[in-house]
Design a protein around this ligand. Structure first.
Ligand code: CAA
Length: 293
């Protein structure tokens, strides 16, 4: 059955090679998913060799873990590892059909990435952003071919979360959208079409909950207490655990986008800002440091 709002599958273009810009945790998880589910070559790129090596290393390590758990046959694992390569240069993207970015959540950084990509990729190459909350329309504004850009937003952990938000910007072409839905099908994800609105749908709802949790934290409720209080609610993961997994800077960027768009409905958390400024990666370590307890 065709997902609501998806154009006909006959418009979809074949995807035989994929590029991933950024080699951080999200990007590396994406590279692993593409190689494993689609069996196509995937090239990961970042600003230096160290980051690229770390991203490729993450993929190889995750594949080894799946083999050790008996979830992946050795021959499939060897193939998956060989499919993921790294490059500091974007030249290998010249024959890619689909390139997705998962770099720092800053509009200017993303725009710069897309400008560099357009100088290398073919005119038919689809460009995608994994942004959590930024405007896809704004990202497309300076592109030579704005119709090739689509939002392709995954959730953490990528390997297990079934949902994918596909974001259509006003100029996104039908063939691009159809290809995005076909790609999602190949990845065995449930794709939903969402409007290009601040934080789309899932993060906008999730941040209402997170906003109250971080407000309680701001008002002096220790992280452990707020989290423990929510444990019996049947959530698969308690809010602070989720925040720590998503990453505080990402959560803060989503909060900022929503605050900018909706004001007091999405207040900024002073503690979240402090933790990000102090480069504290997890709320748990903040609690252990005695920040709130
Ligand atoms: N990477 C890969 N696989 C993972 C994983 C990870 N980080 N974490 C868990 N898994 C796998 C496990 O290996 C296990 O697989 P098998 O059954 O094949 O062994 C499976 O997931 C279940 O794991 P567990 O039994 O250990 O733990 P669980 O029952 O608590 O489930 C979870 C783990 C699926 C992550 C669950 O806790 C959950 O759904 N949490 C909520 C996650 C969520 O809300 N994510 C959205 C965050 S918002 C976001 O990402 C958007 C954004 O833009 C910021």
């Amino acid at each position: 059955k065709r997902p609501a709002g998806a154009p006909g599958r006959e418009l979809a273009r074949p995807i035989t090679k994929i590029g991933v810009v950024g080699a951080g945790l999200m990007a590396s998880q994406l590279a692993l998913l593409f190689a494993r589910q689609l069996g196509v070559p995937v090239v990961l790129t970042d600003i230096d060799q160290e980051r690229v090596d770390k991203g490729v290393g993450y993929v190889h390590n995750e594949v080894d873990k799946l083999v050790a758990k008996g979830r992946l046959a050795t021959d499939v694992a060897t193939k998956a590892k060989a499919l993921v390569t790294g490059s500091v240069s974007k030249e290998p993207f010249a024959d890619a059909d689909f390139v997705i970015e998962a770099v720092f959540e800053e509009l200017s950084v993303k725009k710069q990435v897309f400008a560099e990509l357009e100088a290398v990729v073919s005119p038919e190459c689809i460009l995608a952003t994994n942004t959590s909350s930024l405007s896809v329309t704004a990202m497309a504004a300076d592109l030579q071919h704005p119709g090739r850009l689509v939002g392709f937003h995954f959730f953490n952990p990528v390997a297990v979360m079934p949902l994918l938000e596909i974001v259509r910007a006003p100029k996104t072409e039908d063939a691009v959208l159809a290809s995005a839905f076909e790609l999602a099908r190949g990845l065995k994800k449930t794709a939903v079409l969402v409007k290009d609105a601040p934080a789309f749908v899932v993060n906008r709802i999730l941040l209402r909950l997170m906003g109250e949790v971080t407000a309680a934290f701001d008002e002096g409720t220790p992280a452990r207490v707020a989290d423990a209080a929510l444990r019996p609610m049947g959530l698969p993961m308690t809010p602070f655990t989720l925040l720590a997994m998503v990453g505080l800077p990402v959560a803060q960027h989503v909060q900022e986008s929503l605050n900018e768009a909706f004001g007091d409905r999405f207040p900024l958390s002073q503690n979240l800002q402090k933790l990000v400024d102090n480069n504290v990666r997890s709320l748990w370590s903040a609690a252990a440091d005695g920040t709130q307890e």
